[in-house]
Ligand binder design. Structure first.
Ligand SMILES: COc1ccc(C(=O)Nc2ccccc2)cc1NC(=O)CCSCc1cnc2[nH]ccc2c1
Length: 273
């Protein structure tokens, strides 16, 4: 339908609430739009930071992509505005917080919950790939929950920067596919690998190649040194799906379409997300 006319927002339109956290480029606050009382997340980015890293065009490109993405499992970017020294992103606020928090609290998820989140992620990724957007690093801290517990992929912004190896190197290696840790060309299939990592972590509470040192994690990833603990018990179908995603040869990983049709997903996932 006809989009509502893009009005120019300004800081005067918002009442700023508590800080939600801070990223590389700025801080995020809960905020309420004064007229509608609608709750959003307001991300403040300092222009001098953007100029310093010379990523004005990347930010503009990312804004164009993000405002065009409309999917129930992708955090919305509603719009943005700026003043002399700052850029403000008006983002969807996920009332359920970080999925990481839930995972830490409950240790691991039920097969139904895990399958529901994997299906949501798969559908969101299929949507992104249709729009030729390769997602960046999907890991639990980039996943948020809305008020109904529905999963939202929240692009934490430094994704433009996290393309560079050094950024991911100082993060954790646990979610990186072999072709990424071996610095080989990588494509969409890295996201399929990450789905396997996340599925394992949702069911067992730890990522499959976790190790004392980054070097050991590195070795376990390139060897695909995968084993399933005896506790907690997971179904054979769940293990089958994980085994079909954590495949070194990226062309042999289960496709997003086949994940959605996998027996474990069909049997356990709640399609309403
Ligand atoms: C679509 O999303 C985004 C789009 C773009 C950017 C961004 O910063 N781009 C960038 C910046 C500088 C240079 C280049 C590119 C960030 C996000 N998204 C987030 O940052 C998610 C956490 S903030 C929201 C939020 C909501 N709901 C919550 N509930 C609890 C915490 C919480 C936190």
């Amino acid at each position: 339908g006809q989009e509502s006319p893009k009005r120019e927002w300004s800081l005067r339109d918002f009442e700023i609430g508590k800080p939600l956290g801070k990223g590389k480029f700025g801080r995020v606050y809960v905020a309420r739009e004064a007229k509608s009382k609608y709750i959003v997340a307001l991300k403040v980015i300092f222009k001098e930071q953007i100029e310093k890293y010379k990523i004005q065009h990347q930010l503009r490109r990312e804004m164009e992509i993000q405002t065009s993405l409309r999917h129930p499992n992708i955090l919305r970017l509603y719009g943005w505005f700026h003043d002399d020294e700052r850029i403000f992103l008006i983002l969807e606020y996920a009332h359920g917080g970080e999925l990481y928090g839930l995972l830490r609290k409950t240790n691991y998820l039920s097969e139904k919950q895990a399958a529901t989140y994997i299906l949501s992620l798969t559908q969101a990724l299929a949507y992104c790939h249709e729009k030729n957007v390769i997602h960046r690093d999907i890991k639990p801290e980039n996943l948020l929950l809305d008020h109904e517990g529905r999963l939202k992929i929240a692009d934490f912004g430094w994704s433009v920067q996290s393309r560079s190896k050094r950024q991911t190197m100082c993060g954790t290696l646990d979610y990186l596919a072999p072709e990424m840790v071996e610095n080989r060309p990588h494509d969409y299939a890295v996201d399929n690998w990450t789905l396997g990592i996340l599925c394992y972590e949702f069911l067992y509470g730890v990522p499959p190649f976790e190790a004392e040192s980054q070097t050991d994690t590195f070795r376990r990833i390139i060897k695909v040194d995968l084993s399933f603990p005896s506790e907690p018990q997971a179904s054979a179908e769940a293990k089958h799906l994980i085994t079909r995603l954590l495949v070194k040869d990226s062309s042999k990983r289960l496709s997003l379409q086949r994940i959605m049709e996998h027996p474990w997903i069909v049997k356990n996932a709640d399609p309403s997300g």
